[in-house]
Design a protein around this ligand. Structure first.
Ligand code: ANZ
Ligand code: ZN
Length: 826
């Protein structure tokens, strides 16, 4: 046929690949192994263009590696637990399990339509007990190793809905559904000891040289290792308040001491004084995230207590209770330096506390006024014996004095907190613990795993349905046999995604993974996903891997050798008088004479109505055109703007390749220039894919295609077409198979090796040689690259002009620089 018909071709090849089981990864294979992984999707309903771009990139690499002779593991699964399923249950009255599994079915079909080279035999969904049961076993292993603990910790409590809220459900300090002011409440919760690994996780970043620098920096900042100091302020009436600071150099700029509303001293005062108790209640309203506490209005209460400055017995400072001081950071108390800390500045301005400059750019600026907190380093001023020292020297000096005087010591502090994994939610992995009045928190014996989520739950009233389940949470204590209660908290879904890549590599039924098999594949060679996961997911996965390594379950320290974060898919937006319009609505509104504004090009989102649904595009243009467009126009780390022009260009390219592949095959005649272009394309496309520069691979293929189109029929040209088909295969695999068959070739493209190139043909084969006589340019000549010195000398002497100058006598000397120049000295 004269046109490539994706509608027929796409399913034909998808079926053939599936029948031949091409993409099944054989763990026992002797070939070198390559593990290519894209971040698995949350089954939210339908695949979006961002998924298409992400998975296409991984697929190109996976297919390329396969052609290079690797045994490739390229799996797919579903990050299937989480809140949206519960929201759907509440709003649409569908069971979270039904909603999730339905979405998975839809999205799986959509992915299959794109022809990804995935090993579907390894598909997993984290919401199924054959996955999360193993997660429960691993949780118990970590518990046994002392890497899991339980303690009281604050949650967001919605007093109207009477439910715990996730941080994302707190908007401007209010419950997202009820709109009520959120309170902080203490609950017993489970934690993973990620702080035990803070140094390891930090040092490990240095080994990750195939990660983007920005992601490593984000992780480094998140771990937040800093030198600081802990020291005590004495209370004249006895007792002391210990504070933590990262800026000991500012100690003479102190204007108050502030303690957390949860500080024991605050609690003791509240027990005696109603005004203190009332303040604490007020201070604890609002969300629990650090960001929310940071941005909430600063609230303070002057307790009337005083403390003495450690370096000046005559200097007395007031003690305040302040809402921005966290109890679980440092010591839960600080000394405020309004001149050089933004929160302290805001606080001191509000409550009229002294603001002194103790750091300046130079010693001469000691008297410069402070318009706002100046937080950068400089030299100490107005600081007695520290005056003139740099910030770093002053820090060291204060720590030295504190240690010598016995009132404080230098510390290493991390911003990283232990990972709270308890969620008061239904749709998650049940924490395998049983609470017994006599025995405490008892692990569920491993032979009783999985602890399966009950299906019969209702979402009619707020709160966790597991708590009010009539039977599920009542069990006998595994230790003493008396009636006990199941833990009804479930695990943070980040736990599910912290080890799925290990389970992909090895899926025995009886345990989470087989160590040797997992190690055969790990670490993941190339991981591809959104930069929004730069911190939490990637840090948790690194931690989980190291924890398993520490307890001897896995001999891998870093899970992801290479990391690539791809850009988003964007699209233009339109606004009408009543809000956002889809492109179609915008067009008809314009026709109707209504005012329509062009908005910015933004990430595709439902709220902006600029989403393009992959299904309709695939139906119209075919999988290959969509894949091709996703890789074209922009470097993969940048945003890609969706456009009709772009997808149509991609569809035209598919037809161009098809036309070449269906032209008559010629078996005679050579075309050296085309052969060289071909070899250059083979090398260029390969190294571009290797470097994940997919747009460059695409550009090289456009160039080759044009060159072939321009060349006259010859055996070389027919061969170039054959190779072109192999080169486009990772990007446009259906087209490639169909073209391969049309060319009369045997077997499938997926089974063909990546074409070889001859390095000798990559360079221009002719070079220009300058011929000089006594240092002056007299002629130029073309010579084969790499020609021998004697040959160049002979050619130069034979050149007309030169021969005339040299005459019959022999030159005194001939200097030859190969590939460049011949100088004849007379
Ligand atoms: C005096 C000072 C002077 C501070 C100055 C900063 C600047 P990072 O760097 O984020 O680790 N702090 C100490 N404990 C706190 C707590 N429990 N809740 C809230 N803030 C606390 O923050 C360390 C700084 O945060 C510490 O250094 C302390 O204020 C404050 F010019 O001490 B600083
Ligand atoms: Zn018991």
């Amino acid at each position: 046929t004269d046109r490539f018909d994706p509608a027929a071709s796409d399913c034909r090849w998808q079926e053939r690949w599936s029948q031949a089981d091409c993409f099944r990864a054989d763990s026992a294979s002797n070939k070198p192994k390559s593990y290519v992984l894209e971040m698995f999707p949350y089954p939210s309903g339908r695949i979006h263009m961002g998924h298409v771009r992400n998975y296409t990139m991984g697929d190109v690499l996976a297919r390329f590696r396969r052609a290079q002779g690797f045994e490739v593991l390229h799996p797919m699964g579903w990050d299937a637990f989480g809140m949206p399923a519960e929201n759907a249950a509440m709003e649409k009255k569908v069971h979270p399990g039904d909603w999730t599994r339905q979405n998975i079915a839809t999205m799986r079909t959509q992915l299959k339509r794109l022809g990804f080279a995935l090993d579907w035999s390894r598909e997993l969904a984290t919401c199924e007990s054959d996955y999360y049961g193993h997660e429960q076993a691993l949780f118990l292993d970590l518990l046994e190793a002392g890497l899991v603990f339980r303690r009281e910790s604050e949650v967001n409590w919605d007093p109207v809905d009477m439910t715990v809220l996730a941080n994302e459900q707190v908007i401007d300090g209010r419950g997202w559904r009820s709109g009520a002011l959120v309170e902080r409440r203490k609950l017993n919760q489970w934690f993973l000891k990620i702080t035990d690994f803070a140094d390891e996780l930090l040092e490990g970043l240095e080994t990750l040289d195939q990660w983007p620098d920005k992601v490593r920096l984000m992780q480094e900042n998140w771990i937040g290792k800093s030198r600081g100091m802990q020291f005590r302020f004495k209370r004249p009436e006895g007792g002391e308040i210990e504070v933590f600071t990262t800026r000991p150099d500012t100690i003479f700029g102190a204007s108050f001491v502030a303690i957390s509303p949860d500080h024991p001293i605050a609690a003791a005062l509240a027990a005696e004084r109603q005004d203190v108790a009332d303040f604490i209640t007020r201070a604890k309203q609002g969300g629990t995230t650090a960001a929310e506490i940071e941005t909430a209005e600063k609230l303070g209460f002057d307790t009337g207590l005083k403390v003495t400055h450690p370096l000046d017995p005559d200097w007395s400072l007031p003690v305040w209770i302040a809402n921005f001081v966290l109890m679980d950071y440092g010591t839960g108390a600080l000394f405020g330096v309004p001149g050089h800390d933004a929160r302290d500045f805001e606080f001191a301005t509000k409550y009229d506390l002294p603001i002194t400059r103790v750091v300046a750019a130079t010693a001469e600026d000691a008297g410069a006024p402070l318009e706002a907190a100046e937080t950068i380093a400089g030299v100490a001023v107005n600081s007695r014996f520290l005056d003139g020292m740099t910030t770093d020297d002053a820090k060291a000096e204060v720590i030295r004095r504190a240690e010598a005087g016995g009132w404080g010591k230098g510390t290493t502090q991390y911003r990283l907190r232990d990972w709270g994994v308890s969620r008061q939610r239904y749709w998650g992995t049940p924490i395998p613990i049983i609470h017994c009045e006599g025995c405490g928190a008892v692990p569920v014996p491993k032979d009783q795993l999985p602890v399966v989520l009950p299906e019969d739950v209702s979402f009619d009233i707020p709160g966790n349905p597991l708590d009010r389940h009539p039977t599920w949470n009542r069990v006998d204590c595994p230790r003493c046999g008396r009636p006990a209660r199941r833990e009804t908290d479930t695990l943070d879904t980040f736990v599910d995604s912290s080890w799925y890549f290990i389970r992909f590599a090895s899926q025995p039924e009886a345990k989470p993974f087989d160590r040797a098999e997992a190690e055969a594949w790990l670490p993941v060679g190339q991981y591809i996903g959104g930069v929004e996961h730069a911190i939490l997911h990637l840090l948790y996965a690194r931690f989980w891997t190291r924890a398993l390594e520490r307890i001897g379950k896995l001999g891998v320290k870093e899970p992801f050798k290479g990391l690539f974060t791809q850009g988003m898919v964007t699209h233009e937006t339109y606004r009408g008088p009543d809000g956002w319009l889809s492109p179609e609505e915008a067009a008809s509104a314009r026709e109707a004479g209504l005012p329509v504004e062009n908005g910015r090009v933004e990430k595709m989102s439902k709220s902006k109505k600029n989403v393009v649904d992959p299904d309709s595009i695939i139906a119209r243009y075919g999988a290959d055109a969509v894949r091709w467009f996703m890789l074209s126009d922009s470097p993969p780390e940048r945003d890609l703007e969706w456009s009709i022009g772009g997808i149509e260009g991609a569809a035209r390219f598919v037809q161009r390749v098809w036309r070449l592949a269906t032209a008559p095959v010629v078996s005679e005649g050579s075309d050296g220039a085309l052969v060289r272009k071909l070899h250059r394309a083979v090398a260029g496309v390969g190294s571009a894919i290797e470097g994940l520069q997919f747009n460059k691979a695409v550009a090289a293929l456009y160039e080759l295609t044009s060159a072939i189109e321009k060349a006259s029929p010859s055996a070389d040209r027919s061969n170039a077409i054959r190779i072109l088909v192999l080169l486009v295969a990772p990007m446009a695999p259906h087209l490639a198979e169909e073209a391969w068959a049309a060319l009369g070739e045997q077997g499938m493209v997926v089974d063909q090796p990546w074409p070889a190139h001859d390095p000798a043909l990559l360079v221009d084969d002719e070079v220009t040689i300058a011929v000089q006589v006594n240092g002056k340019l007299k002629a130029t000549l073309m010579a084969p690259r790499g020609a021998a010195r004697e040959d160049l000398q002979a050619m130069a002497l034979a050149a007309d002009k030169v021969a005339a100058l040299v005459g019959s006598g022999a030159p005194r000397k001939v200097i030859v620089v190969p590939d460049r120049l011949v100088n004849i000295v007379l």
